[in-house]
Design a protein around this ligand. Structure first.
Ligand code: A4P
Ligand code: MG
Length: 157
């Protein structure tokens, strides 16, 4: 078994009580085996990007985990299921979406898992919360490239 690693999870919701769903997801991440939430970003209200429906609520959590990347993905999908997710079509509005953004410095290119998440660098709803808790992972140029996307921090609970 490898030493625990740092992983970043992107959290998004845009159906129902999205703020409560995102907060609940951060708590659930902290209850995963061999895992701790080290940091969680603010919650952000964001414009749908390549998607329809109401605004999203997004956040990013930093985990320390002893789970392998594929095990962590399986747990993320379980948490999505618990949140009652339905998938009528790709990028449909969803109650909860969890993406594994980064897993240590690993590069993974498998059938079920690609890390770093292939679309994360195009998305303000990932880069802004990620830069809040892990500024070393995001460059100023990357942030500038997504500055046209609407995103607004929500006040703390
Ligand atoms: N998969 C591969 N790599 C990963 C990874 N790093 N993390 C596979 C998570 N999953 C990964 O995912 C489809 C498959 O991707 C999974 O079975 C897994 O094996 P999914 O969550 O079922 O499908 P999806 O989310 O509908 O599609 P996709 O392409 O993953 O969409 P994204 O990229 O998650 O984007 N706008 C705003 N403002 N905020 C959002 O949160 N989210 C999306 C969804 C679009 N627009 C948004 C937001
Ligand atoms: Mg997804």
């Amino acid at each position: 078994m490898r030493e625990p690693v740092i992983a970043y999870v992107g959290i998004g919701a845009n159906l129902g009580d999205a703020v409560a769903t995102v907060r609940g997801a951060i708590e659930r991440l902290g209850s995963l085996p061999q895992s701790h939430v080290m940091k969680a970003s603010s919650l952000y209200r964001t414009a749908p990007h390549d998607a329809q429906g109401p605004d999203f609520v997004n956040a990013v959590a930093q985990l320390q985990t002893g789970l392998e990347a594929d095990e962590l993905l399986a747990h993320l999908q379980e948490i999505e299921q618990e949140a009652g997710r339905e998938r009528p079509y790709r990028n449909a509005p969803r109650t909860l979406d969890l993406d594994l953004l980064l897993y240590a410095a690993d590069r993974i290119d498998g059938a079920k898992l690609t890390v770093p998440h292939p679309r994360m660098r195009e998305r303000a709803f990932v880069l802004v919360p990620l830069s809040e808790i892990a500024p070393q992972e995001v460059t100023a140029a990357q942030l500038a490239a997504v500055s046209g996307q609407r995103i607004e921090a929500l006040p703390p609970a």
